[in-house]
Write a protein that binds this ligand. Sequence first.
Ligand code: SF4
Length: 302
Amino acid sequence: MREQRDLPWRRTRDPYAIWISEIMLQQTRVAAVIPYYERFLARFPDYQALAAAKEDDVLAMWAGLGYYSRARNLQKAARQLVELGGFPREHAAIRELAGIGSYTAGAVASIAFGLPHPAIDGNVRRVVIRLTGDADASIEVEAGALLDRRNAGQHNQALMELGAMICVPRDPHCGECPVEKLCGARQQGLENELPLVKAKAKLVRRERTLAVVRRGGKILLVPSPRVAGFWDLPEPFPGIHMGAGLGTFRHAITTSQYVFEVREASLAGRIPKGARWWDEASLGQIPFGTASKKALRCLETL
Ligand code: SF4
């Protein structure tokens, strides 16, 4: 598409850079990814640098993007690439790398190497279903049939862009669509009906408390129960007295909407197993989960 957005990963055919962007873009919006992508590539400019890095450094560069298994798999795959001596140039072999599914393998194979493979993510799935006008169409078959095999990379990026900018989930901009005349959904007036959507899970509201326990310029942190290598502020535990409130914030995790209250606390017993005192001055270097980062912002605004 002539009107495609000028995104940093569109200016390269480096399979490493394309792969990093595609993994970051899973579950995360484009605008949020751009600064992470630029910092990550500046810090780890190639798979060799990523393979040689300490896991804590990789996780710290990822902090805030969530779904940390993606970062761990990136490093695992970078180490596989070191063993292989470079990026494989076959879809099936790219698919073998840790954390790479069919979509990402298709994107890397087609954009970096021009291999004739579709790359089917949620946006492309929607566009293909609408183009066929058939809710039950086989996406793989239809996407393969549509593919411009000589320009697979450009074709895949154009479909991604069409899905992101024009053939959007609600009220697609069919009047601006370059394939309007070929579109089955449009011809049948079904562009808003297709693809059929499943009912969304309801967000459940929950309340939680985080404790700020300080002692002589140090703050008590506990290992994150969800992300190995990360640290969190503790929740109330036997042996602390909860004190004044410092602030509240909201944080959604999958189907739960949490309201966190951050409170001062003082220690009256033992610290929990695995907990450690950290210098408050070094907080900027510690990998934190997103909820704890938001909690620490409450402290900054006091
Ligand atoms: S005509 Fe409308 S529904 Fe069809 S592909 Fe274009 S934007 Fe999507």
